[in-house]
Design a protein around this ligand. Structure first.
Ligand code: APR
Length: 257
């Protein structure tokens, strides 16, 4: 289970860290409270604040970091049953984790839907508009097109319901870089069997790690990259991580050039 805390080392602010989190830096948008930027009512009244934020978050401006590549290495080793992420930055895909191993629970910029005629489009079709500070409009009906980011009150993607079989099957749960503040995602932390160890890698204790610990919970507190590096050392996967990250860096450099 991953949250915005795994992407702050890539340069993307999280939501709730005091001072640096997105929700402490929305003064330039005229919205009544931070979460409104992800609420449909405000989006329909004025989509500009969301698209100004989308311009910052649009995939392609940032690169995966050590934490993402650790999750990719788990997949390469056949150990990753599924990665449930709340993040919309697409860095899990950019790290090479295949979509079938991913549940992007709060949606993605990879696709977009017209808010009037409900036509679906590839997210790439509107990158130009978003980067040019233009609100994207549907070619068919001129309605406003919204990236398939899950707004508060919206249904989560169908793939989220894979949790009904994934979590009972898991034999180890990582919870990385999330405040576990938002439902229904946060409750997944309690969906693994009581015999299954839960490992939190986060700046601070959150959710059940703070108020309903289990005997076999483990918390590695502090910076997420430092925490993952400690685990990689213990697993003796340092070499493999360096090789993987070098290979992926070359791929991304080639793509950029
Ligand atoms: N190292 C360790 N922990 C970190 C780091 C870091 N470099 N950066 C941030 N964190 C921790 C923060 O301390 C916090 O506990 O990661 C957590 C991030 O929490 P949030 O900012 O609330 O992000 P997230 O949990 O992903 O938010 C969930 O809220 O607004 C909605 O839809 C939005 O998906 C988002 C959801």
């Amino acid at each position: 289970m991953a949250g915005a805390g795994i992407s702050t080392p890539s340069g993307i602010p999280d939501f709730r860290s005091p001072g640096s989190g997105l929700y402490s830096n929305l003064q330039q948008y005229d919205i009544p409270y931070p979460e409104a930027i992800f609420e449909l009512m405000y989006f329909f009244a004025n989509p500009k604040p969301f698209f100004t934020l989308a311009k910052e978050l649009y995939p392609g401006n940032y690169r995966p970091n050590y934490a993402h590549y650790f999750l990719r290495l788990l997949h390469d080793k056949g150990l990753l049953l599924r990665l449930y992420t709340q993040n919309i930055d697409g860095l899990e895909r950019a790290a090479g984790i295949p979509p079938d191993r991913l549940v992007e629970a709060h949606g993605t910029f990879a696709t977009a839907t017209c808010t009037v005629c409900r036509r679906k489009f590839p997210g790439e079709d509107f990158r130009g508009d978003v980067m040019a500070d233009k609100v994207p409009h549907c070619r068919a009906c001129t309605g406003v097109v919204k990236p398939d980011i899950v707004f508060f009150g919206e249904e989560l993607p169908q793939r989220f319901f894979l949790h009904l079989t994934d979590f009972p099957m898991a034999d180890l749960l990582f919870v990385i870089g999330t405040s576990l503040e938002v439902e229904p995602f946060a409750s997944l932390a309690g969906a693994v069997r009581s015999s299954v160890p839960r490992v939190l890698i986060n700046r601070d204790l959150v959710g059940p790690f703070a108020w309903r610990q289990r005997h076999n919970d483990v918390a590695q507190l502090g910076d997420v990259v430092g925490g993952v590096e400690t685990l990689v050392e213990l697993l003796d996967w340092k070499e493999e991580m360096e090789t993987l990250m070098q290979k992926e860096k070359e791929k991304l450099d080639a793509k950029d050039s």
